[in-house]
Design a protein. Structure first.
Lengths: 274, 616
């Protein structure tokens, strides 16, 4: 393992790691990384992940190589490092790892700030604020009221279950909470995981950049039907979004009117019992 | 070559075994002697390992195909809720604790524990804790998930007494671990042999101190959380009730602190075992003893401080997340130093690839690969994406299978001769090792990929349209192979305990004091407690015997400044027999002046130079 073969193996390892570093998308395609992103915050998360994947692969290959060398009787460590009782060696190794860790920390902070998509919320465009409420085992989305005249009822807030419809290229802020146990809203192509905690609000801001449908799941254990707790985000053109809101509002108002009519006529179940 | 026994030894209580008072199992169960408690801990932890393994296999069989209906969702949740606590709290930690109980007093040259009854109590608390959790299977066990997060485990959603049994069982076990930690810390502080200063304490015993202090902190935290949750459930408390002033996040914080501490304790215990095994099987002194010791302590502190890396997606201000990320990254420094010193220890050594070494090297690779993967998850944007996915589950399992299973089994194979006086079967150990490693990788790598494709952890099924069929199939088959390898080691331990190859006190030619005592050691551990003059006391003893051997056949004239004569081959190469050591020591003790060993500064210590020291 010491001779040319060892060096060849080290070269091959370095080259493959280098290749991964140069063309992460091509090499890691869809298997070794989260879903291909459709928002800049998901993109930042994915890039951070790929950086860390390369670091891990390099560490594991290095560890395996060094162990193999040592076990085969070679030296995994430079000979001068093996002098006993040299504190300098420990200090140098420690400082080396510490510097690498600091670099990773800075990288982590940079990508965190990117993933938070702070610019989107600070820029002129007011993000669309959507309230997300989790319960066992569904998601309820409440949209801001559209510009239609309310018909006199207390609220005209449009809402939907399971499916979230948002406009493309518009910043969206989700205010996530829960009414029973812990859940987690996670649509990997668009945004980060967001814990839904009862009596607590957790917000996330992102801008979807491509029209399409993106699947999500809860990844926080929430009871027997936890595996069925899925959601889907439909990113549509802004006009479609407005049309959807109007349609939902009309449907909801029609349904309310029907119920009110049944109550007035005395045919609603609760009224009939009386 | 050893001197004939002259005269009578100084009077002291020396006996090979005590008279039997009752059936052996009653003697064992009621003994507060550290070796008996250690053996009970090890045996019980291996029993719970088999239980956890059964649960893992059943859960993976449910997930072998999409939309499978092998197990009902609520039954799956019961298995899930029992599995986590069984694997980590009832198996991995107690296996380490059992080895600590048996080995540490021997290793530091103590006659016993400082607080034996407390230690004994700790075992029974642990056992009854485990039994309490499993007795709830008689009615309806907890379905509240791996660590019973509130509000799912609160009175509103976790009806019935399953959660209560889970909480009380876990609480009893943790109370036991606190008793263990107090006893271990007291023993390490008060019962070390003369000359065994902290810097010479073997790394395994040092890791026992680190683990004990860690457990003292984190078990207390979890006990507080358990108490509060029980108050919430039964006495109208509102600690964790949302909308009434309580906070579910508080429970998540407390349990994360505990999990981080328990997790790193298993890793540190494995590091302790590995730090004994690598030097022994490469015939090299441990490189950077002090650096590894300091790194183990730093690792414990930093890993616990990084508890929030498990809750990155919770509603916590981002500054705290940066703190967690910084602590996790800082922990890479001690972890890397430990690895560096192990590699330096191995370098240039003459490696003997026996079963303990094989398991230790496997543990090094899997544990540190898992730690590296966990480090990636603690980078905030990565953790935001991967929290709660099968990827995170697989990364945790990689580190814990490396440390808890391979590291624990490395220690088991290494100290089994000391526990039982017999070796574990070598070829069975090899077969078991390769099955465990292959099975574990087949389980973990596909799960890491499945998580990236969107599979959450802890789900009882996955959908057929999600493209996750193949990874889950491979993972389930890998689990079966893993279980096979695991069972092979359990069988190996069970059969070798009564029928293995009998060995002498020091089968591995190690350098620490536990191998100075017979295998298995007598009740009082050592006839004579040796003086410790370096961090390799048994090598010093061997050297002293070698020198004495050369002088006694025939007695040469000592010329000051001249090198001692070369050693006869028989004395230098062969393992020194225990009776030799003892005969030497007794002769020496009876007439300390008879051997005037010239001592220079670097000269080896004589274990028998104790003319005026009382022996406890």
């Amino acid at each position: 393992m010491n001779g040319p073969r060892g060096r060849l193996a080290a070269l091959a390892a370095t080259l493959s790691v280098g290749a991964l570093a140069i063309s992460p998308r091509a090499a890691l395609a869809d298997v070794l990384a989260p879903e291909s992103p459709a928002s800049s915050s998901a993109d930042a998360s994915r890039t951070a992940y790929i950086v860390m994947l390369i670091v891990i692969v390099a560490v594991v290959i290095g560890l395996l190589g060094a162990l193999l060398r040592a076990v085969r009787g070679g030296s995994a460590v430079e000979p001068e490092h093996r002098t006993r009782g040299t504190r300098g060696v420990q200090r140098r190794v420690g400082i080396g790892i510490g510097v690498a860790a600091l670099v990773l920390f800075v990288v982590g902070v940079v990508f965190t700030e990117k993933a938070r998509d702070v610019e989107a919320s600070e820029s002129g465009a007011e993000p669309i604020a959507i309230d997300v409420t989790a319960q066992q085992w569904i998601w309820r989305y409440e949209y801001p009221e559209p510009d239609v005249a309310p018909d006199g009822y207390a609220t005209a807030t449009p809402y939907s279950y399971y499916d979230l419809i948002i406009p493309v290229d518009t910043p969206v802020t989700l205010d996530v909470t829960s009414i029973d146990v812990l859940h987690r809203w996670w649509v990997p192509a668009l945004a980060r995981g967001v814990d839904a905690v009862p009596a607590d609000s957790n917000t996330v801001t992102f801008t979807a950049e491509e029209v399409g449908t993106y699947e999500g799941r809860s990844t926080e254990f929430s009871g027997p039907a936890f595996a069925t707790m899925r959601t889907a985000v439909h990113v549509v053109e802004p006009e479609e979004y407005t049309a959807f809101l109007e349609e939902r509002t009309a449907e909801i108002q029609a349904a309310r009117a029907a119920v009110q009519a049944a109550v007035d006529a005395g045919t609603a179940p609760g009224v009939a019992l009386r | 070559m050893s001197p004939p026994l002259q005269g009578s030894a100084r009077p002291e209580v020396v006996s090979e075994r005590i008279p039997r008072r009752g059936p052996a199992w009653i003697e064992l169960a009621t003994s507060s002697e550290h070796k008996a408690v250690g053996r009970m801990y090890v045996a019980t932890s291996l029993f719970f390992a088999a239980v956890a393994l059964t649960e893992l296999v059943m859960m993976r069989l449910q997930l072998i195909a999409p939309d499978n209906t092998f197990i009902r969702p609520d039954v799956f949740d019961r298995l899930l809720s029992a599995y986590g606590v069984t694997a980590l709290i009832l198996f991995a930690l107690p296996l380490a604790i059992g080895l600590y109980s048996h080995v540490v007093p021997l290793q530091i040259g103590a006659r016993g524990l400082a607080l034996p009854r407390l230690h004994h109590l700790s075992y029974w608390l642990y056992l009854f804790g485990g039994v309490t959790i499993y007795l709830s299977f008689l009615y309806r066990p907890s379905e509240a998930g791996t660590i019973a997060l509130t509000p799912l485990s609160g009175a509103a959603y976790g009806a019935g007494h399953g959660v209560d049994a889970w909480l009380i069982g876990l609480g009893l076990a943790l109370l036991g671990f606190i008793c263990f930690a107090v006893s271990m810390v007291a023993t390490l502080r008060s019962s070390r042999a003369p000359g065994m200063v902290w810097r010479r304490v073997p790394l395994f015993s040092w890791s026992a101190a680190v683990v004990s202090y860690t457990l003292l902190v984190v078990c207390a935290v979890m006990l507080a959380a358990i108490s509060m949750l029980i108050v919430d459930r039964h006495f109208d408390g509102v600690f964790f009730i949302p909308n009434e002033g309580g906070s579910p996040l508080l429970y998540e914080h407390l349990s994360s602190i505990f999990l981080a501490g328990a997790y790193i304790s298993v890793v540190i215990a494995a590091c302790g075992s590995i730090s004994e095994i690598l030097p022994t099987f490469s015939r090299q002194p441990q490189f950077g003893h002090a650096a590894v010791g300091g790194s183990l302590a730093a690792l414990a502190v930093l890993a616990v401080l990084a508890w929030m890396q498990n809750m990155l997606s919770a509603p916590i201000p981002v500054g705290f997340l940066y703190f967690a990320m910084l602590m996790a990254l800082a922990a890479a420094v001690p972890a890397g130093l430990i690895l560096f010193n192990w590699l330096a220890t191995l370098s240039g050594g003459s490696i003997r690839m026996r079963a303990p070494m094989l398991f230790a090297l496997g543990a090094v690779v899997l544990t540190f690969a898992g730690l590296a993967a966990e480090l990636a998850n603690s980078i905030v944007p990565v953790g935001w994406q991967l929290a709660g996915t099968a990827t995170a589950w697989a990364d945790t399992h990689l580190a814990l299978i490396g440390a808890g299973v391979l590291g624990g089994f490395a220690g088991l194979h290494y100290w089994f001769p000391k526990l039982s006086g017999r070796l574990m079967g070598e070829s069975l150990a090899r077969a078991s090792f390769w099955a465990i490693v292959t099975g574990a990788l087949l389980l973990i790598l596909p799960m890491q990929i499945a998580g990236l494709q969107g599979q959450p952890a802890d789900v009882y099924k996955f959908y057929g349209d999600s493209g996750l069929d193949l990874p889950n199939l491979i993972a389930s088959l890998g689990t079966l192979l893993f279980a096979l390898g695991f069972v092979l080691t359990l069988i190996n331990a069970a059969t070798s305990y009564g029928r293995g190859v009998e060995v002498g006190p020091d089968p591995w030619r190690a350098s620490t004091l536990e191998w100075f005592a017979p295998s298995p050691p007598p009740l009082h551990n050592f006839d004579l407690v040796p003086d410790v003059r370096s961090d390799e006391p048994l090598n010093d003893i061997r050297e002293a015997i070698r020198r004495r051997g050369t002088r006694w056949t025939p007695p040469p004239a000592r010329i000051p400044g001249r090198e001692p004569e070369p050693v006869p081959a028989s004395a230098g190469e062969a393992d020194p027999r225990l009776d030799q050591i003892e005969a030497d020591m007794k002769a020496d003790a009876s007439s300390p002046g008879a051997l005037e060993t010239p001592r220079t500064g670097s000269d080896a210590a004589s274990p028998a130079d104790e003319g005026d020291r009382p022996v406890a």
